[in-house]
Ligand binder design. Structure first.
Ligand SMILES: Nc1ncnc2c1ncn2[C@@H]1O[C@H](COP(=O)(O)OP(=O)(O)OP(=O)(O)O)[C@@H](O)[C@H]1O
Ligand SMILES: O=C(O)C[C@@H](O)[C@H](O)C(=O)CO
Length: 333
């Protein structure tokens, strides 16, 4: 098992911090974006998606972020409010910054990519002035996303949130969420990711993301070696995702768990990680065995990758339970 203490009685379950952007998902898929004529607008941004997913499952989330002072910023805040997410700590930028756009290309179910417009985005203008200690101390968990570390002042805002979380025994969950287009170079990325990961209780990432973080190491690490590195800091749980092959989780007490996937009709692959994370985190809040939490994450991911969006597609517990009852499992390969 794992030793995570969610402080009961606090009004918020989970606070997300970082990117609030807009997904523009191609309406005409199974073709390159050059041939796309129209897009559908959704709220996007990995931490936003995970927070929305957690809310759909019945957790009480809040968010610390910054939006643009325009229709897109207002669309995002209104959407989060509509999903019962506390938005009192989402600041509005007044420097003329814009909302990040993620154009998604679905060439085939297996060949999807994201074209990111991220110049002068409001989410990276989140500053330490926007981070409230009182807000964080009233939450059971803080979920941070790696891309919020990509530039100042957002970077310092996240590290301050981490300090407040550790001071007030708020469980910290780090979804690595490595998006190369937001960073200057891999060495800078690894430096900040490692500094943040040292302060986190739960670390979730793909094998490739951990490899990026471990680029300064002499040799490539196995999943077990990766996990044990973080147990020497504050980690209680390390989850390593392997795409369609499934996922592996390790706990500080030396136990490990694997989860296969669920057979699904894949429309697009992105959104798998965010939906997996939100449902996995929900499982931690239920104090489930890790295998059950991972299976819930896998089922949520299988649902979301069969749908057009990420945020809109986030399922409820009933949807996941119904899906699991009918779906065919694919054991870890
Ligand atoms: N093709 C698939 N079929 C079924 N389940 C899948 C498939 N791809 C991913 N999953 C599920 O989603 C989980 C997370 O996927 P993945 O490892 O690709 O994370 P990720 O790279 O963070 O996702 P994203 O593409 O959203 O960034 C996997 O552990 C698995 O349970
Ligand atoms: O996180 C991003 O900026 C892109 C997301 O908005 C998009 O929904 C996605 O890639 C989810 O994994």
């Amino acid at each position: 098992m794992y030793n995570l203490e969610f402080k009961e009685g606090r009004p918020l379950d989970l606070i997300g911090i970082g990117r609030l952007c807009i997904d523009l998902n191609a309406d005409q898929f199974n073709r390159p974006m050059e041939e796309t004529k129209s897009f559908t607008k959704y709220v996007g941004g990995s931490p936003a998606n995970i927070t929305i997913g957690a809310s759909r499952l019945g957790l009480k989330p809040g968010f610390i972020g910054k939006v643009s002072d325009d229709q897109m910023g207002r669309f995002i805040v209104d959407y989060l409010k509509g999903d019962n997410i506390d938005t009192t700590n989402i600041a509005v930028d007044h420097t003329g910054a814009v909302t990040g756009l993620a154009f998604t290309e679905i060439k085939s179910p297996e060949d999807c990519s994201i074209l990111m417009y991220r110049d002068n985005v409001a989410d990276l203008k989140l500053s330490t002035d926007d981070v409230s200690e009182d807000y964080i101390k009233n939450a059971k968990a803080l979920h941070i996303s790696g891309t919020a570390l990509a530039a100042s002042p957002s970077r310092e805002a996240v590290f301050l949130a981490l300090e407040y979380a550790r001071k007030h025994e708020v469980v910290v969950i780090f979804d690595i969420d490595y998006r190369p287009y937001t960073w200057n170079n891999d060495k800078e990325t690894a430096t900040y990711y490692n500094l943040a990961a040292e302060k986190c209780d739960v670390i979730i990432g793909t094998r490739d993301e951990f490899d990026m973080m471990e680029q300064f190491e002499k040799e490539k690490k196995s999943d077990e070696e990766t996990a044990s590195k973080w147990f020497s800091h504050n980690a209680e749980i390390v989850v390593i995702k392997h795409g369609a092959k499934g996922s592996f989780a390790y706990t500080k007490d030396g136990n490990s768990h694997t989860s296969g996937t669920f057979k699904t009709k894949v429309l697009k692959t992105f959104g798998a990680g965010d939906s997996y994370a939100s449902a996995f985190i929900y499982g931690l809040f239920q104090h489930w065995d890790l295998s059950k939490a991972m299976e819930y994450g896998s089922a949520s991911a299988a649902i979301v990758i069969s749908r057009h969006s990420c945020s809109d597609a986030m399922p409820t517990t009933k949807e996941i339970d119904d899906f699991k009852a009918k779906a065919e499992r694919q054991e870890i390969s």
